[in-house]
Write a protein that binds this ligand. Structure first.
Ligand SMILES: Cc1cc2nc3c(=O)[nH]c(=O)nc-3n(C[C@H](O)[C@H](O)[C@H](O)COP(=O)(O)OP(=O)(O)OC[C@H]3O[C@@H](n4cnc5c(N)ncnc54)[C@H](O)[C@@H]3O)c2cc1C
Ligand SMILES: Cc1cc2nc3c(=O)[nH]c(=O)nc-3n(C[C@H](O)[C@H](O)[C@H](O)COP(=O)(O)O)c2cc1C
Ligand code: SF4
Length: 645
């Protein structure tokens, strides 16, 4: 075992529950549950895989204590005995891998939709969520009592199903947190008004859960140490609350942060937020209680968790998204194989944003196996083929890794001097250097499989005809789109990619055409150098959603240096020192611009596809070569193509 991680790998007890180490997989909603809220084989395989990777305690994703408390489409439930068999199967599978398992008891309150909850969302007060903006109904005192009892019965079911613990979800702006918050609780009865009254609901839940599970069963309570919103509760309030939770029956406190409307979504902080940024809140709570405290928030590197434990910030560390990116990261860390760990870069694209904004099940951009564990390991192909991969960007490299697992003979060609494709420029804006880590990791896997990327090799139909591969994966990516705007070939016009790679000089004032991620991140890159940009966008609404964590920070940083976005604005022509655009009302505006940066999308590099089709050569087109999109599509499609040959 690596001696540098001795704290992490020291066992701990929560009440009578012995945990093999200090690493926690915190609750993460996946969308893997069955439509009837029972546990699915997919969920079991996914969590058992994380247990196998070495984690000490797995806390399941949100589990509804009442159907009206469901916050996600396929959220699992524990409001009825019918859920016990599935939960039992899950607990057994996790136990078989040596980890402990806790069920997270959840009611979303106002943070849901009627279509999911099956009724109008309920809340302490009829104040709609600032993010979801759904009308909600104030709960009566009778309903409060019913739900307190529902938490207790759900906890009892968890115990019956063989779980080791429950976690009461009192964080992130869900129902108990809505009661705690002066922002969402405007009641004037015994459940609102004073701190004592706002805390009553959660304290009653904890006491009722304790009563139902008995004195020896571990009860964890998750809180947001600070709502981090105007008019919300703060860390001082949580310092006051934590000992009361312990008094009511909590055996451990899990200190998260934020609610749905917290600027920059600190509950699931993006790459823009410093690693370990929330540990000070755990440390503050730890000063007030004697039970174990769990710290969380952008802790992806076990060595950072180790430092936090050594400093006494917390007694256990939650590694959330890191469990999605690499289920084996703890075992690798224990063996000192830190460079073999595939790191979460806190992009949120494949996990929380996919779940919340695309209404799809969660996965990880960089781990195409996440959520597919139930399909089993990749098997060796019975008849290894000669496979050519055209392009060594994210899609090509991902395809090569999976085709190699199948045992095929792979040749991967890259026309450029360096592999990486668009990732090379995508990793240049502030906070995006993590992308390079993934690529370095992927290249290491290829090297280990004996695959060398052949650089400076532009694959042509002639080469394919001569080389006669059995299968071709076309992963040639996409090139910048250059529309026919008058003046676009002028001296002052440059590509965003060239700016980011330092190949193009930039003089202020700067106009960027296109407010998608490429345009916004190029503006951010320039903002970090103190150069403001005017971003001109045809669409009526900003393409980069400011409700996403990264989107929030991008907008903030661009504005801080005096940058701005002009929406509803169509570029008419580019002149020597300016850009002329037309607004929706038909008026024309001239924007001074010494440099005009193009970020207007991309066109697929798919010219080889027609040759492959005509020549009847088995092939698959993946990533941006199919349609320009994002890393998730490139990496997952590449993986699928490699796996399916
Ligand atoms: C500035 C910028 C920022 C971005 N940021 C993000 C982001 O934050 N998140 C996100 O999801 N997406 C982002 N993207 C998009 C993302 O980079 C692409 O979706 C992704 O790189 C596509 O991967 P790919 O492998 O399909 O293609 P590419 O990355 O384009 O790679 C294709 C490779 O094929 C090579 N090639 C082409 N033709 C041939 C040939 N005939 N023979 C041999 N080699 C060939 C190319 O040289 C290239 O290296 C960004 C893009 C840019 C430009
Ligand atoms: C996809 C996803 C789903 C989440 N669902 C839950 C949840 O069900 N319950 C919960 O308490 N927290 C949830 N969280 C928050 C995580 O438990 C964790 O606190 C957060 O991801 C920060 O930790 P990390 O930076 O280590 O990922 C979720 C996070 C993600 C990424
Ligand atoms: S999708 Fe991004 S944030 Fe989510 S787990 Fe993967 S790397 Fe981390």
């Amino acid at each position: 075992m690596s001696t540098e991680l001795k704290n992490i790998f020291t066992p701990i007890k929560i009440n009578t529950m012995e945990v093999r180490n200090r690493a926690v997989m915190p609750a993460m909603a996946t969308g893997y549950g069955n439509p009837d809220s029972t546990v699915s084989d997919r969920l079991i395989a996914y969590l058992a895989r994380r247990a196998k990777g070495g984690t000490g305690l797995i806390i399941t994703e949100v589990c509804a204590i009442d159907p009206r408390g469901k916050g996600f489409g396929a959220e699992i439930g524990a409001w009825d005995d019918k859920f016990i068999p599935g939960l039992n199967k899950l607990a057994d599978a996790v136990h078989a891998e040596g980890a402990r398992i806790a069920l997270q008891l959840h009611h979303a309150g106002r943070e849901t939709f009627e279509g999911i909850a099956g009724a109008k969302p309920e809340a302490p007060s009829p104040i709609p969520s600032a993010v979801l903006n759904q009308a909600c109904e104030q709960m009566s005192v009778d309903r409060i009592r019913t739900l307190v009892a529902a938490y207790a019965s759900a906890a009892e079911r968890a115990k019956k199903a063989g779980f080791d613990a429950v976690e009461v979800h009192g964080a992130h702006g869900y129902l108990p947190c809505q009661f705690l918050s002066p922002f969402s609780n405007a009641r004037d009865d015994e459940y609102g008004g004073s701190d004592e009254n706002r805390a009553r609901f959660l304290l009653e839940i904890v006491a009722a859960v304790r009563e139902s599970v008995g004195p020896d069963f571990a009860v964890i309570v998750r809180i947001s140490g600070d709502e981090a919103i105007r008019k919300g509760f703060d860390l001082n309030f949580s310092k006051w609350l934590a000992p009361k939770l312990v008094g009511a029956g909590a055996d451990a406190i899990h200190v998260s942060v934020g609610v749905y409307s917290t600027p920059g979504n600190l509950s699931i902080a993006s790459m823009d937020t410093e690693e370990g940024f929330n540990l000070f809140r755990a440390r503050t709570i730890k000063e007030t209680v004697k039970v174990p405290v769990i710290g969380v928030g952008r802790i992806h590197d076990p060595r950072l968790g180790e430092q936090a434990l050594a400093r006494g910030d917390a007694d256990m560390i939650s590694f959330g998204r890191q469990h999605l990116t690499d289920p084996d990261f703890l075992n690798k860390a224990r063996e000192g194989r830190h460079d073999d760990i595939r790191r979460c870069i806190a992009c949120n694209q494949g996990c929380i944003e996919r779940l919340m904004f695309e209404f799809k099940s969660a996965t990880c951009v960089f781990n195409p196996d996440c959520g597919n564990e139930y399909k089993g390991e990749v098997q060796k192909a019975p008849d290894p083929k000669k496979v050519w991969i055209v392009g060594a960007g994210p899609a090509g490299v991902s395809a090569a890794m999976y085709a190699a697992k199948r045992g095929h003979n792979i040749e991967i060609f890259e026309s450029g001097k360096e592999p990486g494709g668009q990732l090379l420029s995508a990793s240049m804006p502030p906070h995006k250097e993590g992308l390079k880590q993934w690529f370095a990791w992927a290249r290491k896997q290829l090297e280990a499989a004996g695959i060398r990327i052949q650089r400076g090799m532009n694959v042509t139909p002639e080469m394919i005809a001569q080389g006669r591969p059995d299968f071709v994966i076309l992963a040639a990516g996409a090139s910048p789109l250059v529309p026919a705007i008058p003046g676009i070939d002028g001296q002052s016009v440059v590509e965003a990619r060239d700016v980011l790679l330092g190949k193009a000089q930039v003089a202020a004032p700067v106009a960027i055409l296109g407010a998608g991620y490429v345009g916004m991140e190029t503006a951010d890159y320039l903002a970090a150098k103190g150069i403001p940009s005017v971003i001109i966008e045809m669409k009526q609404f900003p393409p980069v959603n400011a409700f996403t964590a990264h989107g929030y920070w991008l907008n903030k940083r661009i504005k801080e240096v005096g940058g701005r976005i002009e929406l509803n604005s169509t570029v008419q022509r580019i002149e020597e020192k300016s850009v002329v655009f037309r607004r929706a009302d038909g008026s024309e505006q001239t924007e001074p611009a010494a440099t005009v940066i193009l970020a207007l999308g991309a066109r697929p590099n798919n010219v080889l596809e027609s040759y492959l089709k005509e020549s009847n050569i088995p092939h698959s087109t993946v990533g941006d070569a199919k349609t320009p999109r994002r890393f998730i599509e490139a990496i997952h499609e590449g993986a699928r193509a490699g796996r399916e040959i």
